[in-house]
Design a protein around this ligand. Structure first.
Ligand code: ATR
Length: 283
């Protein structure tokens, strides 16, 4: 063999996260930690996508030998379009965060966000979703992305509340074949819930979705899909009202990455130490 061929033969498989902006993405650190832990020969980088030419950005990555991509804002719908095959979950979500480039040229689309949040809630926090009364705040892409895995755990009921009521109603209709799902406005939410998930981007603006305080009881677990160095506005509000437990979305981030890694490599990494490291890095 020529030396260059040998180098190629042993080159690590190439993966990346694509988004815009992308420089603050935690995915490279997370995936490279998974690779080291599982002794997989791969490299994982961050790629700044062209907002006017997602296809061109992905084609260029594949030309460099790319095997798979994670996809983040604002490309999750573009990635859906780019793929040639979609998992049932990705079809339901209408957006994807994971692409697999197969050797035959086909492109498989997956969405691992929902598995990420369900795994974090159930495995990392030992909160079972089955038979629970679940309230979801928000009806955007983030919520659509998690509904199928959430409903597959057979909650007793899911209520989707949103500022724009028609969007909550539409989501409820789209997923009604998978369980008991209803959509409404924030003020129309009634009763106490076992699990409340904040999937709105209100926290970004330091705002609270205006749900009645009575949704929170002594046994209520609250989950904010957002996270940061400080507690989110929503989780602080829930704690003040006496919620049993509040969880932020950092575990979801690590678990969705682990699921993507599993799809690509067929090996499920341990997430505990990686999550702890990411938590420490927030401060
Ligand atoms: P994402 O991809 O993060 O879901 P999105 O599709 O723009 O982003 O959805 C944002 C969600 O947060 C929506 O449910 C939005 O409510 P509307 O559908 O009424 O726009 C919700 N949201 C954003 N800011 C909010 C605020 N200040 N209070 C309540 N809900 C808010």
């Amino acid at each position: 063999n020529e030396p260059s061929e040998q180098a190629n033969a042993s080159a690590p498989d190439l993966y990346a996260v694509i988004g815009s902006p992308i420089q603050h993405s935690k995915s490279p650190l997370i995936h490279n930690a998974f690779a080291q832990q599982t002794q997989q020969s791969l490299s994982y980088e961050a790629v700044l996508g062209d907002e006017n030419d997602f296809k061109g950005s992905v084609d260029a990555f594949r030309a460099r030998g790319g095997c798979g991509l994670n996809v983040t804002v604002p490309f999750k719908q573009d990635a859906f379009q780019y793929a040639t095959e979609h998992s049932e979950r990705a079809l339901r979500a209408g957006a994807v965060n994971t692409l697999v480039f197969r050797e035959d040229g086909s492109v498989l689309a997956e969405n691992t966000d929902g598995v990420g949040i369900v795994t974090d809630i159930q495995n990392n926090h030992q909160v079972l979703i089955s038979d629970k009364r679940v309230l979801i705040l928000g009806a955007g892409g983030a919520v659509r992305g998690i509904l199928e895995p959430l409903l597959s755990q057979r909650p007793a009921e899911v209520v989707i509340a949103n500022r724009t009521v028609s969007k909550a109603e539409e989501l409820a209709t789209d997923f009604s074949d998978l369980g008991c799902v209803a959509g409404c406005g924030f003020e129309a939410v009634e009763g106490v819930f076992d699990l409340i998930i904040n999937g709105t981007s209100a926290s970004l603006a330091g705002e609270l979705p205006p749900v009645p305080e009575a949704v929170i009881g002594a046994e209520t677990v609250c989950y904010d899909m957002m996270y940061g160095a400080d507690q989110t506005v929503f989780n602080a509000w829930a704690d003040r009202l006496g919620a049993k437990k509040t969880i932020d979305g950092l575990g979801m981030l690590v678990e969705q990455a682990a699921e993507s890694f599993f799809i690509w490599r067929g090996i499920r990494p341990e997430t505990g130490a990686v999550l702890e490291k990411q938590r420490a890095l927030l401060h």
